[in-house]
Design a binder for this molecule. Sequence first.
Ligand SMILES: [Fe+2]
Ligand SMILES: [Fe+2]
Length: 195
Amino acid sequence: MHKDMVEFVRAAIARNGRPTEPFRDRFTHTLRVLKWAERLQELEGGDLEVIRTAALFHDVGWDPGRPHETVGAEITQDYLTEHGFPAEKVAAVVEAVAHHNHRDSPGPFSKETLILQDADFLDEVGVLTIVWDSMRVALQKEPSYEAAYERARKTFAQLEGWKHWLRTPSGRKLYEEQLGVLGQCLEWLKYELDR
Ligand SMILES: [Fe+2]
Ligand SMILES: [Fe+2]
């Protein structure tokens, strides 16, 4: 991944004004999605360059009045065209960015788009759920281990209900593995807290 391209995305996210939850930095989310996308590509195949570039750009866009994936697709198209990417690569990356969060749409989507959809969904499912929920609870008025446990338990139930959004066999398997680990952590936490 060319460092100028990474820097372009970092700077674009930093100035696009999209509101975020505390600690949920959009650029570090992007880097984790990029890693998930690489892991999925290794298991599922697909064009690695298209997948990596699309993962990097997927959340680059923001406009309060328009879907962020549409704005992101435009920014991606302009950047890649200006930087001499071949037209067919540009089209494939733009398609993935434009549909990265269209999980309820039947498609058909390219393998690269399906991998990006799953990679985006795999971030913050698993042990990171407990970490983030705990950090979030720490900002509340009366933070406690119990409150952190309760919050993570609710997130777990929500994530359980989203299993069907996964598109690829490897994405589904990883999601279920992550949830398995999270479920076990919560069971132990419950035991340790004697609840
Ligand atoms: Fe997004
Ligand atoms: Fe995302």
